[in-house]
Write a protein that binds this ligand. Structure first.
Ligand code: GAR
Length: 201
């Protein structure tokens, strides 16, 4: 059974999707720690309600970036995790943290990468005028939303869409994509060739 750490900054609905997938038996894993950079994050209450240990590591400013992520790395090591999941964690990890957990950190992003990395991806998609949007779960590398892609799911964009309606449609797909990607990564039935994550048959 995979030992998961989940990092959240806010609402935590993707964390909830993982909790639910574990509860219903569709994901064979245990969330051993939830970490947040924001003390009031709703994700923390979701974790506590599910009986999962939580830890707040409050952001200390850009000047303390390396030290901040070293703290997070120590917590992850102490918890002996197999996989770290960024589920709405709104900070770019330090290179040291990424190197300390090679191919063991994944992120969910609300666009079909490589389109629209960074903040407010749904708004970027609407402003660009694309007709298809979606979400991506990918391995984290040292760049911004740039690592090898594990799972993507697409949704249509309609003329009447707003940032809110599109975000909601994408979020529904995120809640399917994330548990699916976690199960795949934990299965170890994959390899990375170049940028391509392929499943062994
Ligand atoms: C999700 O839409 C996630 O894809 C996005 O933040 C939201 C968090 O929602 N993440 C990013 O934009 C990261 N670049 P949640 O807290 O309800 O899971």
């Amino acid at each position: 059974m995979g030992r998961l750490a989940v990092l959240v900054s806010g609402r935590g609905s993707n964390l909830q999707a993982l909790i639910d997938a574990i509860d219903t038996g569709s994901l064979d894993a245990e969330i051993v720690i939830v970490i947040s950079d924001r003390p009031g994050a709703l994700g923390l209450s979701r974790a506590e309600k599910a009986g999962i240990p939580v830890q707040v590591v409050a952001w200390e400013g850009e000047g303390r970036r390396e030290a901040y992520f070293e703290k997070i790395a120590s917590i992850l090591r102490a918890a002996n995790v197999d996989l770290v999941i960024l589920a709405g964690f709104m900070r770019l990890l330090s290179a040291n943290l990424v190197r300390a957990f090679p191919q063991q950190i994944i992120n969910i992003h609300p666009s079909l990468l490589p389109a629209f990395p960074g903040l407010r991806a749904q708004r970027q998609a609407l402003e660009y005028g694309v007709k298809v949007a979606g979400c991506t779960v990918h391995f984290v590398d040292e760049g911004l939303d740039s690592g090898p892609i594990i799972v993507q799911k697409a949704v249509p964009i309609y003329d009447h869409d707003t940032e809110e309606t599109l975000s909601e449609r994408i979020l529904t797909k995120e809640h399917e994509a994330l548990p699916e990607a976690v199960a795949l990564v934990l299965s170890k039935q994959w390899q990375i060739r170049g940028r391509r994550v392929t499943c062994e048959s």
